[in-house]
Design a protein around this ligand. Structure first.
Ligand SMILES: [Fe+2]
Length: 286
């Protein structure tokens, strides 16, 4: 199978051509794709035609499949697959996240052991909007002014599932909150497999940076968000049906633009975990 690719973002995000995910892949193909993904943080495949079994097999090539804590939107037969959709059936949403815009965040940073990767597969795509932008937090950290780096190096940050829920239109149940207490994560983390650090900042989940005065919290978080969200570090994906994107949550953040409520959007989301010995984010090595 061909694994040719071109970079579609500024210095990251590889679009791979010639690979059919519905086929069963050889170990060699999996290793080639994994390397491209690690090197470029995001891989994109176009024109796929995937059943849930194909998505599950694909995620499991790379790690233990991730099961989202919000079980209300799990695919009926596959708890490792979650529906992301504004569509309704009998007046009830069939998936998560409606049609509104979603701010910058890193998936599952509010868990002690976040998902290593998120995988999104596009089924129904609106004619306009609903784009996914992905920010390269490793590049953003590498290019960060020394004065800003000095303010965050060695710091830890508190992330909460509750903060993002306040902004969205679905409930996190009491049991889900109890299972997901606030956690602290390193604000600069070492990649689990690569010799490089990355900013690990999720604006939509951030409660406070430890060791920073209350009066400075908002300004510092805004400064980090503004820095990392610059176009020089961002790839914006305009979806087509059949697109699949897999990103590295250790080194990227992402957001979504809103779209018209009259349009239907359905994506299937899965992902995979790190092995247990690497699962908790490692602070950057100085
Ligand atoms: Fe997300």
């Amino acid at each position: 199978m061909s694994t040719d690719y071109t970079l579609v973002g500024p210095g990251f995000a590889a679009e791979i051509t010639g690979a059919n995910i519905a086929d069963t892949w050889s170990t060699q193909t999996v290793q080639e794709i994994r390397k491209i993904w690690l090197d470029h943080k995001v891989v994109i495949f176009r024109d796929q035609n995937l059943e849930d079994d194909d998505l599950k097999r694909f995620a499991e090539y790379f790690g233990e499949i991730f099961v989202h804590i919000r079980s209300q939107y799990h695919s009926a037969d596959h708890p490792g697959i979650t529906l992301v959709s504004n569509a309704k059936k009998n007046g009830k949403a069939i998936g998560a996240l409606g049609n509104y815009g979603i701010g910058w965040h890193c998936d599952q940073c509010y868990r002690e052991t976040p998902a290593f990767s998120t995988i999104l597969y596009g089924v129904d795509i609106p004619s306009e909007g609903g784009n996914t932008s992905i920010g390269d937090l490793a590049q953003a950290y590498a290019a960060m002014p020394a004065a800003l780096k000095a303010r965050i190096d060695g710091k830890r940050i508190v992330y909460s599932i509750s903060k993002i829920t306040e902004k969205r239109d679905y409930e996190t149940t009491a049991a889900q909150r109890a299972a997901s207490p606030d956690v602290t994560q390193p604000l600069v983390r070492q990649h689990p497999h690569l010799d490089r650090p990355s900013l690990y900042f999720s604006p939509d989940h951030a409660v406070r940076i430890e060791g920073v005065e209350d009066a400075e919290q908002e300004a510092l978080q805004q400064e980090l968000s503004d820095w990392a969200g610059q176009p020089a570090f961002v790839y914006e994906h305009c979806w087509r049906p059949g697109d699949l994107i897999m990103w590295d949550n250790t080194s990227t953040m992402h957001r979504r633009s809103g779209f018209a409520p009259t349009e239907r959007r359905l994506l299937k989301r899965t992902g995979f975990m790190l092995p247990p010995d690497l699962a908790i984010p490692l602070p950057a090595v100085k």
